[in-house]
Ligand binder design. Structure first.
Ligand code: BES
Ligand code: ZN
Ligand code: ZN
Length: 488
């Protein structure tokens, strides 16, 4: 899709649909007045009739035949004047939605302070246009409709912001696509190939380990979780070093990449198991963030580590009671094979801290308990480093993604004690998201670390603003904001 700016008068925007934004309780803008005058008062009459007040997502639509160059006008509420990144993306996505629904190939967007908001509008347009329909046959009666261009009615200087936003939107959409793909399509090798493709760029290097190498390296957690599956595991390390730079003070992103989680021998109930193709949402988020890095080329180094495999039931499946020797040398008594993500991540975190980065952020669809605690829209954040979590929470704020910190209560950590090994992989029933994080804490060494549990927000059950039904790509924008803020 082409993203452009248009500096002419609103009445002269010649694309199909023209969308105008207005904040709650704000007066009609000059843009609105110009349209209303050209239409002989038809817009203000509709506003009056529908009691439009600019509330978030409130709308007035008007088909026009002449008077202005556009064919249809949508007046769309922006809500509060301090509308945040998320509200702006929602606004742009709803504009695109309307264009698609009414089959206009082009959409023009006008809003107050458009130039300041160009980045979020660019992202929202790209996110709103996303559909997961690759695996559907084309219906000749109802062929797929795509919009070809979105135009921000703003000075040409807004183009740079639009382009950054579009790059971020594409990065989120990559994460969405990988999560939406089922496990028979998105295999560990598929994730490795995405990393290799990014590494075509000379600023990137990639290392991919297969089953034998993972075993030889001593990554006992990944070996155990993957051993019941026919599909081979992959350990993926992708590095970005800015031109002329080093990997000093790098940020290290780690992602859980379970392409399917059946639960293993501690098998999950049939109801709900079908959702477990999304259990690589953490790895999709870190790959998405690396795509943003490849487009936007920050001047900080970034490492990305993904541990990817399938948790399957098979003759070789690991068992409850097995004692694993992890990559770090610690031993773990397996009490539940469905608590597999932490075993895979533990080896990734040990590898990550060996790289001596400035800080680690891991993302994982780790626990149902985190969804119980925070609901489906909020990511759980955990850390024992005040400075590093401060940076991550601030990045979430900038990005307009919801993060909420949960405590690493030392009393709960005792729940991981084992009689037969150093620790177990299963805590007591209460505080399950916290004990999962505390398990990870055993493997992060001395490095500043934040764990983000995205089990809730990784998927959405319906379209909602810039969120499309299915995978959300959550985490990508927060990670980009973190990297962006770390730039010297
Ligand atoms: N992948 C699941 C967590 C999950 C649940 C993600 C729902 C997304 C939606 C994880 O591997 C898991 O099975 N966790 C168990 C842990 C338990 C056995 C300690 C859980 O949350 O029930
Ligand atoms: Zn599991
Ligand atoms: Zn899992």
């Amino acid at each position: 899709m082409k993203l452009t700016t248009f500096e002419g008068a609103v009445t002269e925007f010649g694309g199909g649909l023209l969308v105008l934004g207005r904040h709650s309780e704000a007066e009609a803008s000059t843009a609105e007045k110009a349209i209303d005058d050209a239409l002989g008062g038809a817009l203000s009459a509709a506003i009056e009739r529908l009691r439009f007040k600019g509330k978030s997502r409130q709308r007035v639509t008007l088909d026009v035949a002449g008077g202005i160059a556009a064919s249809r006008v949508l007046l769309l509420g922006l809500g509060d004047t301090d509308c945040d990144a998320m509200a702006l993306r929602d606004f742009a996505a709803l504009a695109v939605d309307e264009a698609i629904a009414s089959r206009f190939e082009t959409v023009g967007i006008w809003l107050p302070e458009a130039e300041t908001h160009a980045q979020q509008i660019g992202a929202g347009v790209v996110l709103g246009a996303y559909r997961f329909d690759q695996l559907k046959s084309v219906d000749p009666e109802n062929p797929k409709f795509e919009i070809s261009a979105a135009t921000l009615l703003a000075p040409a200087a807004a183009q740079a912001g639009l382009d950054i936003g579009a790059a971020l939107g594409e990065a989120v959409n990559l994460a969405r696509e990988l999560v939406n793909e089922p496990a028979n399509v998105c295999t560990p090798e598929r994730l490795a190939q995405v990393a290799r493709d990014l590494a075509e760029d000379p600023c990137f290097t990639v290392k991919v380990l297969g089953r034998d190498e993972i075993r030889a390296e001593g990554m006992g957690g990944i070996v155990a979780v993957s051993q019941g599956a026919a599909v081979p595991p992959r350990f993926i390390h992708l590095t970005y070093i800015p031109e002329g730079g080093t990997d000093e003070n790098a940020i290290c992103l780690v992602g859980k990449g379970l392409t399917f989680d059946s639960g293993g021998l501690s098998i999950k109930p049939a109801k709900g198991m079908e959702e477990m193709y999304i259990d690589m949402g953490g790895s999709a988020a870190v790959l998405g963030a690396m795509k943003a890095v490849s487009s936007l080329r920050p001047n900080v180094a970034v490492h990305m580590i993904v541990g990817s495999c399938e948790n399957a039931v098979g003759a070789d499946s690991y068992r409850p009671s097995d004692i694993l020797t992890m990559y770090s040398g610690k031993t773990v008594e397996v009490l539940n094979t469905d608590a597999e993500g932490r075993l895979v991540l533990a080896d990734c975190l040990h590898y990550a801290q060996n790289l001596k980065p400035r800080g680690i952020v891991d993302l994982a669809t780790l626990t149902g308990a985190c969804m119980i605690a925070l609901g489906p829209y909020t990511t759980g954040a955990f850390s024992d480093d005040e400075t590093w979590i401060g940076e991550v929470l601030a990045a979430g704020e900038t990005a307009g993604e919801k993060l909420w910190r949960l405590p690493l209560d030392p009393k709960l950590a005792d729940g991981l004690k084992s009689k037969r090994a150093d620790i177990t992989n299963l805590g007591p029933r209460w505080g399950g998201a916290i004990t999962a994080a505390q398990f990870l804490q055993h493997f992060k060494g001395e490095t500043p670390w934040v764990h983000l549990d995205i089990a809730g927000p990784a998927i959405a059950d319906k379209n909602d603003g810039h969120i499309r039904v299915g995978a959300t790509g959550v985490g990508v924008l927060t990670l980009w904001s973190l990297i962006d803020a770390a730039q010297a």
